[in-house]
Design a protein around this ligand. Structure first.
Ligand SMILES: [Zn+2]
Length: 238
């Protein structure tokens, strides 16, 4: 009986020690580092894309990084050196920093319902790329997009109608499909993908600064689609 009690005590102690090590390990694994000028300078457009792909893979597999955000806040207080810029939808299910498993100071992000662009967003992206050193622009649409569905149905609601009108070119550009409304999932997805491609075209056509940077290889532009049912980002590789 005494032996049994000792064994239990021993086991309990061992358990405590294990827990202590576990919590120390969790603390030690927290990422406190941030993007610096040197790190940013060594990121090519291709590497930036790989970093986003790797981050999304970590997110999807449940192995997201344990960031110490407050440590990152302190380290980025005097400057930011993000490596990529993301244009995404307003949709609450798609926070780019989370789905790409990145921390504070890593990404520039612009979000608008339907992830289209305009001169204000393009001007912001010119700042991000030309002045702040970001190496990649991602235009990211997503499945089950309410804004795209609204555009497919020609919804009329206050100023939202104006917002949705920016997606209309994609609705018109998608040929075929019947019915051509939000009840047709295939049509909605085709419009979402077309909307990403047309937004990429608008970016190149409207912004001389960004077009020149793309043509010189200083930055890259890539389209992507986020799947709200899996968390996976699929990049357009053409
Ligand atoms: Zn959306």
């Amino acid at each position: 009986m005494w032996l049994l009690k000792a064994q239990i005590t021993k086991l309990a102690l061992a358990g405590t020690v294990t827990l202590l090590f576990a919590s120390t390990a969790a603390w030690a694994d927290q990422v406190t580092s941030v993007m610096t000028p040197d790190v940013q300078a060594n990121v090519t457009p291709a590497k930036a894309l790989t970093m986003l792909k790797d981050g999304n893979a970590r997110f999807v597999s449940g192995n997201a990084t344990d960031y110490d955000y407050i440590a990152q806040v302190k380290q980025t207080a005097k400057g930011q050196f993000p490596f990529a810029t993301v244009l995404s939808c307003l949709d609450s299910r798609i926070p780019p920093e989370i789905v790409f498993d990145r921390g504070i100071g890593d990404l520039f992000v612009a979000r608008v319902a339907g992830n289209f662009t305009n001169d204000d967003i393009l001007g912001s992206f010119e700042f991000a790329s030309k002045l702040a050193g970001s190496k990649l622009i991602v235009v990211m649409g997503h499945t089950e997009c309410g804004a795209v569905k609204g555009a497919c149905d020609a919804a009329q609601i206050g100023l939202l109608s104006t917002t949705l009108a920016s997606i209309n070119p994609a609705v018109t550009a998608v040929e075929g499909h019947n019915p051509r409304n939000s009840t047709n999932a295939g049509f909605v997805q085709a419009v979402s993908e077309m909307n990403v491609r047309l937004t990429m075209k608008t970016l190149r056509d409207r912004s001389v600064v960004l077009r020149q940077m793309i043509e010189s290889g200083e930055i890259a532009l890539v389209g992507a689609m986020y799947d709200v049912s899996t968390g996976k980002v699929t990049f357009f590789e053409d």
